[in-house]
Write a protein that binds this ligand. Structure first.
Ligand code: G6Q
Length: 550
């Protein structure tokens, strides 16, 4: 199935990289560091308080030269310009891709089908400011005159993961007395657990759905609406429900007045939408001034991405390193580990961003690709994950390149917690790079007084292959600006990968398939007829579940 036709692997730079890989693959980073005392300074980019150290990678100047040549060959510069200027680069849906317009703080015109999109973006940002301030100041009140202090975002996927991640990351900036909840899963537990905690009189529901047809979101919204109207009557909906959508008709059909709707547009992909009105929960929780700073940070990264030369361009370098490992070494996973509790949802957010955007097998030229596309992305907050999956990162048979994310200052500087945290992450990067040879392990065991037999038995188990890559991203402190930079950086990394792999990073046929399939089985679960159109396994599963639910 996966194509007779090769593509990227025919290009000059790709061939050169494949050749270079053969000669270079056994080179040890330890030796590269020994040979070049300037290595850390050379493989380092600083932007506006954010520093990327990528010196602990299996690269030489030649590797970087070839990788950068690959970017040139794939016409990366032209593709970046095409995105920023509103060209319809989402070719399967024939759409522009303009999340960058949402944070276009210079307000330079950007045209889609001859229309400058900036006025309508600014209008919605203004509406978000008015509304979020009114809620925060208690001017927009609930049906019984009480201040709305429980903000509940109902949405899923791109209409959930971004706001959830950012609201948590910016917890220290929350308005006093406000609380935020996210209902995404169709599992009734998600909804009930939130509703059990809150009071209808003080609750604002934000129904976030680009299409306003997603079954999970609409089902959850209906349940919440019933819970509210049972307590406060039908009139309460206008005071307790707002919608964020591109689909005014469906919003109205659901019973939300379009005046209480915040609009966004087809040129904003779901997983790229936290900068739009989908970020309304963020704006209410941290205030619109802070939301603006989030946009400012993202804009600074956009400018860097657009203008910096590729060798000094953070998203470009990160993407090329990922491609080097994924497509030449054949390492198909990547871990992102923020060493900060407030960033705990960043890996889940990036999982969607990366795997939904680039988990594709058909190229833009309508051919099956012959190379690896999206890596499996996973992660979690350090140091917790050091006590779980790090075993595999250190001694597993296939290396997993890591990104370590470290704010230098914690929002909660208690005792020496933060220094211990930082010591841990730096030690991990060093250990992954250096490793421990069998001889070194034997020496350590000897020093610990072990017998000859024990040393001989244990030394391999206690050794670490090392030569395992990691990137380290350091910034001063998590604030709206640095968060904006960080997330935009990963968005552009994903974009560059998509360009190199020549795939459409902006559709999501796999997600849509899930939406269709569930709808086809639902009537069989709810009705009396047994499934007859499926395979025997699915039929049997339907039958068993129906029996158990009787
Ligand atoms: C994102 C995806 C997907 C989407 C959800 C929710 O890029 O398309 O995660 O965001 O399926 O869709 P709605 O916002 O339309 O409800």
């Amino acid at each position: 199935m996966f194509g007779k036709k090769k593509e990227t692997d025919k290009t000059r730079a790709w061939k050169k990289l494949a050749h270079h890989y053969k000669a270079f693959r056994k080179t040890e980073m330890r030796d590269l560091f020994k040979k070049d005392p300037q290595r850390a300074e050379k493989y380092n980019i600083v932007l506006d308080g954010l520093m990327l150290d990528y010196s602990k990678n299996r690269i030489s100047d030649r590797t970087m030269r070839y990788l950068l040549a690959l970017a040139q060959e794939r016409k990366l510069k032209e593709k970046i310009d095409a995105m920023f200027s509103g060209e319809k680069i989402n070719i399967t849906e024939h759409r522009s891709v303009l999340h960058v317009a949402l944070r276009n703080r210079d307000n330079t015109p950007i045209y889609v089908d001859g229309e400058n999109v900036m006025p309508k973006i600014n209008e919605v940002l203004g509406k978000m400011r008015d509304f979020s301030e009114a809620v925060r100041l208690g001017k927009f009140k609930g049906q019984t005159g009480k201040k709305l202090t429980n903000i509940v975002n109902i949405g899923i996927g791109g209409s959930d993961l971004g706001p959830k991640m950012a609201v948590e990351a910016l917890r220290k900036y929350w308005g006093k007395g406000l609380n935020c909840y996210f209902i995404s899963n169709i599992d009734g537990t998600a909804c009930c657990e939130v509703l059990n905690k809150i009071d209808p009189e003080t609750t604002l529901f934000i129904v976030s759905s680009k299409t306003f047809t997603t079954i999970e979101t609409l089902t959850n919204a209906k349940t919440c609406r019933k819970w509210l109207t049972d307590a406060l009557g039908e009139h309460a909906v206008a005071k307790h429900f707002v919608a964020v959508s591109t689909n005014e008709k469906e919003v109205e059909k659901f019973g939300i007045n379009p005046e209480n709707m915040f609009e966004f547009w087809d040129f904003v992909g779901g997983r790229y939408s936290m900068w739009s009105a989908i970020g309304l929960s963020i704006a209410i929780m941290v205030g619109m001034d802070n939301f603006d700073k989030l946009l400012d940070g993202a804009h600074a990264m956009d400018e860097h991405f657009k203008t910096a030369s590729f060798d000094k361009n953070i998203p470009v370098v990160l993407a090329l390193l990922g491609i080097w490992y994924n497509d030449f070494f054949g390492w198909k996973s990547h871990a992102v580990i923020p060493y900060d509790q407030y960033l705990q949802y960043v890996p889940a957010y990036l999982q969607q961003l990366s795997m939904e955007s680039n988990g594709k097998f058909v190229s833009n030229d309508n051919k099956y690709v012959k190379y690896n596309t999206a890596q499996v992305l996973f992660g979690g907050a350090g140091t917790d994950v050091q006590h779980s999956f790090f075993q595999m990162i250190h001694q597993g048979t296939t290396p997993v390149p890591c990104d370590f994310i470290i704010p230098a200052i914690s929002h909660n500087e208690v005792g020496d917690h933060h220094e211990i945290l930082i010591a841990n992450v730096l030690a991990q990067g060093e250990a992954l790079m250096r490793g421990k040879t069998v001889a070194e392990a034997a020496e350590e065991l000897k020093k610990a007084g072990k017998s000859k037999e024990e040393i001989s038995f244990l030394k391999k188990f206690k050794s670490f292959p090392g030569n395992r890559p990691s990137n380290t991203l350091i910034f001063k402190k998590i604030d709206p600006y640095s968060l904006g930079m960080l997330i935009a950086m990963y968005e552009h990394k994903v974009f560059v990968e998509g360009v190199i792999w020549n795939i459409d990073s902006f559709d999501q046929m796999g997600v849509e398939l899930g939406k269709q399939m569930a709808l086809s089985i639902l009537p069989e679960l709810q009705g009396n007829a047994l499934g007859i159109r499926h395979d025997s396994s699915t039929n049997n599963l339907i039958k068993t579940i129906k029996k158990l639910r009787k």
